[in-house]
Design a protein around this ligand. Structure first.
Ligand code: AHG
Ligand code: MN
Ligand code: MN
Length: 338
């Protein structure tokens, strides 16, 4: 870690703000408040086995999934802190059916979408999980915001990122210019710049997909996976498989080392026609990071994730994201051109 420089995340955010002459500091304050929430969640996650917060909460969320106690805890930490940060007009969470209002008198000019804990199935087994966030500028004016402030294309995000609770806790985010990574020093309670200006390798040797679902994929997706597993030294195949089952962790590894992640649509199940991952809480913020780091993110029918106009808070999308060369080859297979 780059400790000698000792650039804290707050310092970095404030320095970046000064590059923009028109910046008011609102986005900086919003992010700094979110970082406090992230540190609080990190502390809860780190002691999870000791504090009776493992296991199910007994609730089911809007996605029809069982809510774990830590999902609930993380959701409340972000909701309570950010409702009073003074820079948001409305929020939405993967765990809640409706928009989340901010505290009266604390309305501001941004909206926030978040996945409080991504990778829930890994909570109880000490595998990396994360928090994902996406910030847009509001489009309504004055007072509380509404759904319209959240149903905005990913290309319009003013900031997006994640916090990964792994072997160390890291925060990775972008406010549009570059993707930067910060590592939490738990002894100090500060995130320090450890990965400045991350660039995703253009070509990789890794694929991340849940191959248990092969039978549900389209013929084109299956042919692409077969291609990756063929032997061809010139193109570095076969690729190796790496699948954690926490999107944040799979994405983080691919961001640093290169790789392609796929969660294609289920072609056999009419109830799951568009895959599993959610546009606002997962696909769009990670697509923003991927593009800013030189990677790409598309659907399995070739749409740019960042250009999709969201129609619902909990809309799902097929997601293919990662190194630009690899997404390009996948795109050709998906279009039936190979
Ligand atoms: P969440 O825990 O926020 O509901 O998200 C879980 C997601 C994502 O993190 C992961 O990539 C995917 O679910 C794994 O799904 P499968 O178990 O179907 O592979
Ligand atoms: Mn998730
Ligand atoms: Mn989640």
């Amino acid at each position: 870690m780059n400790r000698p420089l000792g650039i804290t995340v707050s310092r970095h955010i404030l320095d970046s703000q000064h590059i923009h002459p028109k910046a008011t500091g609102d986005l900086s304050s919003l992010l700094i408040e979110l970082i406090v929430a992230a540190k609080t969640i990190s502390a809860e996650v780190n002691k999870a086995g000791l504090s009776d917060v493992l296991g199910m909460s007994g609730k089911t969320n809007i996605q029809g999934e069982d809510v774990q106690k830590l999902d609930d805890i993380a959701n409340n930490i972000i909701k309570r802190r950010m409702a009073r940060c003074g820079h948001l007009c409305v929020m939405t969470s993967e765990e809640e059916a409706d928009v989340i209002p901010v505290a009266e008198g604390h309305e501001g000019k941004y909206s926030l979408a978040f996945d409080p804990l991504d990778g829930s199935s890994n909570i109880d087994v000490n595998v990396s999980i994360g928090t994902i966030f996406s910030v847009h500028r509001r489009i309504t004016s004055g007072g509380q915001g509404d759904e319209n402030d959240l149903l905005i294309k990913g290309s319009e995000q003013v900031a997006a990122g994640y916090i990964i609770y792994g072997s160390s806790t890291m925060m990775v985010f972008s406010t549009g210019e570059g993707v930067h990574g910060f590592t939490l020093d738990p002894s100090v309670g500060e995130f320090y710049l450890s990965h400045p200006d991350i660039r995703m390798p253009k070509k990789s040797r890794y694929f991340s997909v849940n191959e248990g679902y092969t039978r549900y994929w389209s013929e084109n997706v299956r042919r692409y996976l077969d291609y990756l597993k063929e032997e061809d030294k010139a193109t570095g195949r076969p690729y190796s498989g790496r699948y954690i089952g926490s999107l944040v962790a799979d994405f983080h590894r691919n961001l640093i080392n290169g790789g392609i992640f796929l969660y294609p649509r289920d072609t056999k199940n009419p109830a799951k026609p568009v895959g599993k991952l959610r546009l606002l809480y997962e696909a769009s913020p990670l697509a923003f990071l991927a593009e800013r780091a030189g990677g790409r993110a598309i659907t399995d029918d070739g749409l740019n994730i960042l250009e999709i106009q969201p129609e619902g808070l909990h809309q799902r999308v097929p997601l293919i994201i990662g190194s630009s060369y690899d997404v390009g080859i996948a795109e050709e297979f998906l279009a039936g051109e190979r």
